[in-house]
Design a protein around this ligand. Structure first.
Ligand code: DGL
Length: 259
């Protein structure tokens, strides 16, 4: 059975892979984290493009049947080119702006994402569709991805970093907080805790489950859904330190590690 590939700059895409394993337990998965070069979010668009394409070409050697860009940052720079060049389906992520505006009451939507994602025309066009008056609070989170890459999601410095992002906005009424980076889904509980205390009633939202449902739909349409019963398995590849990453990977998505 040909595998479905997931790509992220690091460990963030594991949050999407974990959702995919739930929905599609009979599939085989491969995961590639470019951990050595993460975070991507402060890199130039040219770097993000080159690194992503390089990693995707590695994945193509594994005879994958679909590619999930489990990274908002890589999506915003590469998805059009990859779709035009690859014959397999390319499923991508985008910040959950649409559901966030659907959840909104009288307050604002806050969007946590990498600086690179927030700068890209792809994101700005998406925002324009749902927020033409530009009411959303855009929060470029520079240091958070690097801290999450360290693997201790309960570390006090992660909570402190999230507090630092939101504290300047205390007093604003926020209804929905978009986790516009797959890394942030790994610390969703902490984001929720901080936001609940600063903006009572605020709720987090992300696109992982929606992306995975879309993946299943596209595979079904193209006759590519796996026939396997039960555990299809996952293989993990990384440009980083496999020994350090193995535990983190097992904890989030349960699989053997290979570099
Ligand atoms: N996980 C990523 C995203 O969804 C990228 C984080 C980074 O490397 O800066 O945007």
């Amino acid at each position: 059975m040909r595998p479905i590939a997931f790509f992220d700059s690091g460990i963030g895409g594991l949050s999407v892979l974990a959702a995919a394993k739930e929905l599609l337990p009979g599939e085989r998965f491969v995961y590639y984290g470019d951990n050595r070069r993460a975070p991507y979010g402060e890199r130039t668009a040219v770097e993000i493009f080159d690194y992503t394409v390089e990693c995707v070409l590695e994945l193509m050697h594994l005879d994958i049947k679909a590619l999930v860009l489990a990274c908002n940052t890589a999506t915003s720079v590469t998805v059009e080119t990859l779709r035009s060049r690859l014959e397999i389906p390319v499923i991508s992520m985008e910040p959950a702006i649409k559901p966030a505006f659907a959840m909104r009451k009288k307050g604002r939507v806050a969007v946590m994402a990498t600086p690179a994602t927030l700068d890209q025309p792809r994101f700005l066009n998406l925002l324009q569709r749902f927020d033409p008056k530009r009411s959303a609070l855009l929060l470029p989170c520079s240091d958070l991805v690097g801290l999450i890459e360290e693997g201790d999601f309960e570390a006090p410095k992660i909570e402190a970093c999230i507090e630092e992002v939101f504290t300047p906005h205390v007093g604003a009424a926020i209804d929905a907080v978009v986790l516009g980076c797959t890394h942030f889904v790994l610390v969703e509980e902490t984001v929720q805790r901080v936001c609940q205390s600063l903006f009572p009633g605020a709720k987090t939202v992300h696109g992982n489950e929606g992306t995975v449902r879309h993946l299943a739909h596209v595979l079904g349409q193209r006759g590519l859904l796996g026939e396997g019963a039960g555990e299809g398995g996952v293989e993990f590849y990384s440009s980083g330190d496999a020994n350090r990453l193995r535990d983190i990977f097992l904890r989030i998505a349960g699989a053997k590690t290979r570099t």
